[in-house]
Structure formats: structure tokens, C-alpha cells
Design a protein around this ligand. Structure first.
Ligand code: MTE
Ligand code: LUZ
Ligand code: MOS
Length: 750
């Protein structure tokens, strides 16, 4: 039940966009981008570049046949800058040549004259200037104003969290080939083939049916290809149609780092009030999201920050405001957790600061305020099948927290320079796109006459194992061997109007659609079997391990024979099915509803050791009790958990994006942008499956896993703070992430 791509990956046989065997005469595109973060374009001169041998075409904004517009939620982003530039890395021209090297060489001969304006980098500055992507959004519950005087303790402060580079191994790219009738076929590294199709259609001024998008797999997406894969595909398609030749466009790593958006940095203000017992009475928070130069998915990400701003706690009075601030950075975009982590980090910081004031361990406040069954979130949904306390208590007892703490206290008492720290991190993450209409999927299943099966859905395989889970669904419904089943590519002509594989719901939505399609075929097969065996009641027919049973007894009929018999009886062996989860809705104006099909819960205990002289730290252990529902694939779910946690720890600790005051990304290479490697991985990594047999809208009750564990990483930040605190107990540290070794030292000794 391992992710079956593993073997191909290890052998280097898996194909990515850049590996496609291209037809003869395939051209290569390079994108010229702005070196200035904010300014007016005076002129773009391509004459010299066009003269170069081997250059086949150069395209700028004025060459776009359709609309020069790629904005999804808000129409505020040009494909190619026409009169102004808003960030360093913004595309200005597409250079197409016989080789990539030639195209890049030619791009250097293009003369762009830009009159510089002052860039804005800081979201608070943008807010002051009124530079907002949209009007601020507010979620509220109870009455904050009326309750401050009931609080025994009030803490206030600010929190900063940094951005994060996706660092998918496969950079952005696409291959486009003109086809008969004026259309184009695009192979893209995208989480959302339909978005690519729509965007290309709009830019090219074509109907969607003239554009076919095909995706085999991605070398990682992590949200970075939910919205931002479209522009490269549209550019390749435009060049292909203009020149009537196949065109490939693959971003070189450094260009990808400079040009594409990242996780949103946030700057936040909080005020929290607690009563004498440590119960949170009031929570007021304002988020300033650094959106970058255009909206992209920022509004939806901002919403999720609000949805998750109280994490796994019940807070009776909440007022949460979120502002999406326009700055001169590349448009920031989806990244695992989708704004949730930024929201959760702030309430954890507030709890940490409250505990600091009370001189107690934050886990006492965390525990006191955990969500209970039926508690209301600020957006009106109630906690159902709530596993907050169950996972918390189970983590404490399974991993013997009192013992861990005692060991740490003893160690710290004896050790002067190296200090250990520990923190608990409970999580609660809502599953469903909060934009309700996106929660839909389809599947197309063909059983071939030899008994083999092909399944197509809208799901994109990006390493998370969704293809394996879908095969398991098909194998389980038909009760056949898994190697009979093949995942087809994700293609807009087989599954139309699909949503991105995102919001951790790829397996839920597409798996359920596949289940429905298989059930349609199974019902026809049962009728065909009854006919073939001359039996009365097809309801009493079942397939078990490829054997056809009647009234719980095996018949002589096997899967293969059943299929050929059904074919000869002229029974359709194909089905298309559509799935939309029931019961979810959200009223944006009232900011109330039931946006999530269900929530995922869990608790992590993270232990670190900090060298307070050098500033370096080690993650000693990560111990998790997580609510997987009833996992259909523990190997995949465990590896998703481990990967997400490491990515979350990276965000909180060593991954630092630095921009200078001109809006230039300084950390634009892997020598300056560090992600966790195997040496940084915790020595001990335990993942316990919390037993949760409850019915849910998850596929076969196997809960969504892609994003939720990311947020356990926040625990690493507070574990480090905890260690720092034992070195300098009197110091009140600012809450600024990432906690790089450099920041750690400066915080200790400044
Ligand atoms: N795992 C791998 N290996 N590569 C990825 O790009 N993306 C993550 C997560 N796990 C990702 C991954 C993100 S951001 C999401 S939303 C989910 O996978 C999407 O897939 P799912 O809906 O099938 O869980
Ligand atoms: N994308 C989206 C997402 O459009 N809506 C969401 O709610 C979401 N959540 C997580 C990741 N991507
Ligand atoms: Mo994931 S951020 O929903 O692609």
C-alpha cells in the first residue's frame, strides 16, 4: 500500500513536464521580468533582441490576442506588464528561441525603460496608505467590548510571521502544442488544470473547449501551483499559437524563486483577556496580511486565517479583523495551511504571553480552553465529534509528559549553555474549501474488456499519494486486485470544471466521485452476473476478491469472465460520476455558516535543545497523537504527517525570506534560503493514530491529511522559546518568526 510512484521516483523514471519527449522543432521560451519593484514603463525595445540568430519571436503585452488579465478572485493582475510594474520578477516579455540559452541571451538585449516609484514592502505601511486588496473582513462571536472588565488578566502585543518558499522540486513550467482547429494542448505542472484552461482561454481569446490541459504528476505543489501555474501555461500557449510550433517554458530555479509568490508574511496585533481560572474570555485580533502586488488567492487565504484564529480553543467572545495589504512583492499565494497557520500562531503567542505573566506553563491555559463537543466557532459552526481533549489527553499519557518535563528540568538544572525546551501544540483544521462552490469533483471510470480498469478524476498527484488512495477506493468497491487499476492523467477533456487539488480535500472529493462511478458500474455488473448465472435476485450478488458470490456463497464466476460476459451482454462498462459534499454553506456577509465538512484534530509534543552560546538548536523529538479518522493508508498518512510537520518547523525556524528596501528578494538561491534537511529532522518522530471510528464525510472515513499536521510545527517555536526562557528567565521575548539562529542570539543578548 505504499505510494506506488515511489519506485519510479527512486529509479528516476517518473516523468515531469521537462521530461516530455518534445516533437522536432520544439521551441523554448524565456520570460523577461522587471528588475524594479514599482514604476511606470516608459518603453520596451525588443528590436536588437529580435535580430539575434535563433530567436523566433518576442511577445509583450500588446501581442496578447485576448485579455491581458489572469486574476482569479479579483481581476487585478496582468499576464505581461503593460504600463506599470509592481514587483521585481513581474513578467514583461516572452522570448522564444531555438534553445533556452539563446532565449535567455536575447532577453538581455531587450531594453526596458522604467520610471521608478517608491515601493511599499511592509503591510502595515500599505494599510496606513489605504493600499488594500479589498475591504477588511471581520469574524465575531459574543461581545468582546462588554467583557473586558470581567477579565482578571489582559495581555496585548504584536506578532510577526514570515513568508515561506514552496521549494517544490519541479519548478513551474508548461509545454504547449498547437492542434487542429486553432486550439492548443497544454501539459502543465499545475494543481488546477481547469484554472490553466480558463486562464489560457481568456488570454488567447479562445473558447475553453479549444484548450486541453493534461497533467501527469507534479514534483510538488504545496499550494504554489494552485493558482500560479496558469501564467506560464498561458505564455507557452500564446507563443505556440503565434508561431504555430510547440513551445516549452520551464522556469530556471532562481527565476522561480524571484518571480513566484510565497506564503504570506503577517503582522498582527492581539489582545486577550482571561478570568481567574485561566479561561479565555475575550480575544481581539487584527491581522495585516502581506498580499504582494495583486490579489491572487489572498482573499480566500485571509478568510482561512479568520476561520482558524482560535485554533482548537473555545473562546466565547471573539473579534477578529483581517486586512489584505497590497505591497510591491510578488503576489503571495496558497501554501499548505492556507492562512490557517498564520492565524493559529497568533493565539498561541497570546497564550504564551498570558502564561508568562502568570508564571505558569502555557499548557495549563491551552488545556483549560480546549474545544469541547458542541462549542461554537466564531463562524457559527459547532464542534462535532471533537477530538481536541481526546488527542491532548492521549498525547500526555502515551508520551508521559510529566516524565519528559522532569527530565528536561533536571537537564536544565545541570546544563549552563545548552537548554532544553518543550511545548504542546494542539491543532484543529477545517476540511472543505471555504468557498463552498469549489467543493465538487468528478470521476470517469472505464473497465476494459480484459478486466483492467482506468480511472480519471480531477485530482492531481503531487507526491501526496492521492492516486494510490483513489486506486484503493476503486479496488475496494470492485473488490479486485490493486494492480488491475491504473490512474490516468488528469485531463480537462475527461474531467471538466474541476477544482484545484487543494484544501487537503483531493482524496475526499475525487475519491468519493470515483466511489460513485464504480458503484454505478458495479450495479450493472451484478445484473449482468445474475443473467449469466440465471439467478433471480441481483441484490444478493457480491464480488469478493475477484470471485462472484451469491447469497454469501462463491459461484464459479470470476471477475475476468464477468467482465467479458457483461461486455457481450452489451452492458456499459464505463461511468462518469459527480460528487459534491452535502450540508456545507457559508454566508459571507454575515460571516456565519457551516463551511467545513468536518474538522481534523490532534496534539503534538515537541522537544528541542538550544545552544545558547551559538544560537543553534536541534529538534530532539516530535510526538503526535493525530485524528486520522480510519486511515485507509497508514504509510501515506504517516509520511504526509512527517513531511507537513517538518515543513511547519522549517517555516517557524530556519526558513527566512529577506527582501531589501527596494523590494528585491535577497534569499533567492538555495545558498541563502535554507530548508530543513535530514540532519535537522528530529531524532525521534512518533505518530500515534487516534482511534476515531466516527462517520464522517471523509472518503471511507479516512480523514484529510495534507495540511493539518503542518501546524504542529508551531510547537517548535514555543519549545525554543521555552528553552530560551530557562536560560534568561527574566527576559520577555518578542514573538517574531522565523526563529533563526541569528534571531535567537540577538533576542538572548540584546
Ligand atoms: N505532499 C507532497 N508530497 N507534495 C505536495 O505538493 N501538497 C500539500 C499536501 N501534501 C503536497 C503534499 C498540500 S498544500 C495539499 S492542499 C495537499 O497535499 C493536497 O492533496 P490532497 O488534497 O490530496 O491531500
Ligand atoms: N484553496 C481555496 C484552499 O481556494 N480555498 C480553501 O479554503 C483552501 N484551503 C486550503 C488550501 N487551499
Ligand atoms: Mo494546498 S495550500 O491547499 O494546495
Amino acid at each position: 500500500m505504499k505510494n506506488y510512484d515511489l519506485v519510479r521516483h527512486v529509479k528516476g523514471e517518473s516523468k515531469f513536464v521537462d521530461d516530455i519527449l518534445t516533437p522536432e522543432g520544439c521551441l523554448h521560451a524565456y520570460v523577461l521580468y522587471s528588475q524594479i519593484a514599482h514604476g511606470d514603463i516608459k518603453s520596451v525595445n525588443i528590436d536588437d533582441a529580435l535580430q539575434m540568430e535563433g530567436v523566433e519571436g518576442i511577445f509583450t503585452a500588446k501581442d496578447i490576442p485576448g485579455e491581458n488579465q489572469i486574476g482569479g478572485i479579483i481581476q487585478d493582475e496582468e499576464l505581461l506588464a503593460s504600463c506599470k510594474v509592481d514587483f521585481i520578477g513581474q513578467p514583461i516579455a516572452i522570448v522564444v528561441a531555438k534553445t533556452v540559452a539563446l532565449a535567455k541571451e536575447a532577453s538581455k538585449k531587450i531594453i526596458v525603460d522604467i520610471e521608478e516609484l517608491t515601493p511599499v514592502i511592509d503591510p502595515r505601511v500599505a494599510f496606513e496608505k489605504g493600499e488594500l486588496i479589498m475591504s477588511p473582513r471581520v469574524f465575531s462571536l459574543g461581545d468582546v467590548e462588554a467583557n473586558w472588565n470581567k477579565c482578571a488578566l489582559i495581555v496585548e502585543g504584536t506578532v510577526e510571521s514570515g513568508g515561506q518558499e514552496h521549494l517544490y522540486l519541479e519548478t513551474q513550467g508548461a509545454f504547449a502544442c498547437p492542434v487542429e482547429g486553432g486550439g492548443v494542448k497544454i501539459v502543465s505542472s499545475t494543481q488546477s488544470p481547469t484554472t490553466v484552461q480558463k486562464t489560457a482561454a481568456k488570454v488567447l481569446g479562445l473558447k475553453m473547449h479549444l484548450i486541453e490541459v493534461d497533467v501527469l504528476r507534479l514534483g510538488g505543489g504545496f499550494g504554489g501551483k494552485e493558482d500560479q501555474a496558469s501564467q506560464w501555461a498561458a505564455m507557452a500557449a500564446m507563443a505556440a499559437l503565434k508561431l504555430n510550433k510547440p513551445v516549452k517554458l520551464i522556469l530556471p530555479r532562481q527565476d522561480d524563486l524571484r518571480m513566484t509568490g510565497k506564503r504570506h508574511p503577517y503582522s498582527s496585533d492581539y489582545k486577550m483577556g482571561l478570568n481567574k481560572e485561566g479561561k479565555i474570555v475575550n480575544y481581539e485580533v487584527t491581522f495585516y496580511q502581506n498580499a504582494g502586488a495583486s490579489a491572487d488567492l489572498s482573499p480566500a487565504i485571509l478568510d482561512r486565517t479568520l476561520f482558524h484564529c482560535t485554533n482548537s480553543y473555545f473562546v466565547p467572545n471573539v473579534k477578529a479583523t483581517a486586512c489584505s495589504c497590497k505591497t510591491n512583492l510578488p503576489p503571495n499565494t496558497a501554501f499548505r495551511g492556507f492562512g490557517g497557520p498564520q492565524g493559529m500562531f497568533v493565539i498561541e503567542a497570546a497564550i504564551y504571553k498570558a502564561a508568562e505573566k502568570l508564571g505558569i506553563d502555557p499548557c495549563f491555559i491551552q488545556e483549560k480552553n480546549l474545544l469541547a463537543e458542541g462549542d461554537e466557532f466564531s463562524y457559527g459552526q459547532k464542534a462535532e465529534q471533537c477530538m481536541a481533549t481526546a488527542s491532548w489527553e492521549s498525547a500526555i499519557s502515551k508520551f508521559n509528559l510529566p516524565h519528559l518535563k522532569k527530565e528536561i528540568d533536571e537537564f536544565n538544572a545541570a546544563s549552563k549553555i545548552v537548554k532544553k525546551g518543550i511545548a504542546l501544540m494542539p491543532i484543529c483544521f477545517g476540511i472543505s474549501f471555504t468557498t463552498t462552490f469549489l467543493n465538487q469533483a468528478s470521476a470517469l471510470v472505464h473497465v476494459y474488456s480484459d478486466g483492467s480498469v482506468g480511472v480519471s478524476t480531477g485530482a492531481i498527484e503531487m507526491g501526496q499519494g492521492v492516486n494510490m488512495k483513489i486506486r484503493q477506493v476503486v479496488a475496494s468497491v470492485f473488490s479486485i486486485k490493486i494492480d488491475r487499476i491504473k490512474n490516468e492523467t488528469t485531463n480537462t477533456t475527461r474531467n471538466a470544471n474541476t477544482s484545484a487539488t487543494a484544501a487537503s480535500s483531493g482524496a475526499d472529493l475525487n475519491g468519493k466521485a470515483a466511489q460513485l462511478a464504480c458503484n454505478n458500474i458495479l450495479n450493472r455488473l451484478k445484473d449482468a452476473a445474475a443473467k449469466y448465472l440465471s439467478l433471480e435476485n441481483s441484490d444478493l450478488i457480491e464480488i469478493k476478491d475477484e470471485v462472484i458470490y451469491y447469497e454469501n456463497k462463491p459461484t464459479r464466476l470470476l471477475w475476468n469472465e464477468l467482465i467479458s460476459s457483461a461486455y457481450m451482454q452489451r452492458v456499459s462498462l464505463s461511468s462518469h460520476a459527480y460528487y459534491a459534499p452535502p450540508g456545507i454553506y457559508f454566508d459571507k456577509d454575515k460571516a456565519k455558516g457551516k463551511p467545513f465538512a468536518y474538522h481534523v484534530y490532534g496534539t503534538a509534543i515537541i522537544q528541542v535543545a538550544v545552544d545558547c552560546l551559538k544560537g543553534v538548536y536541534e529538534i530532539e523529538s516530535v510526538k503526535i497523537v493525530h485524528d486520522f479518522g480510519k486511515s485507509i493508508n497508514k504509510a501515506i498518512d504517516r509520511s504526509q504527517t512527517e513531511g507537513a510537520v517538518m515543513q511547519g518547523i522549517g517555516w517557524m525556524t530556519m526558513e527566512e525570506l529577506k527582501y531589501n528596501e527596494n523590494g528585491r528578494l535577497l534569499t533567492d538561491a538555495l545558498s541563502t534560503y535554507k530548508v530543513p534537511d535530514i540532519y535537522f529532522a528530529p531524532k525521534e518522530f512518533e505518530v500515534e493514530f487516534l482511534d476515531n471510528p466516527n462517520d464522517s464525510l471523509a472518503v471511507f472515513n479516512s480523514k484529510a491529511i495534507g495540511e493539518p499536521p503542518f501546524m504542529y510545527g508551531i510547537g517548535a517555536y514555543f519549545a525554543i522559546m521555552n528553552a530560551m526562557k530557562s536560560y534568561k528567565p527574566e527576559k520577555n521575548f518578542e514573538i517574531i518568526s522565523p526563529m533563526t539562529p541569528e534571531r535567537l542570539l540577538l533576542s538572548l543578548y540584546n
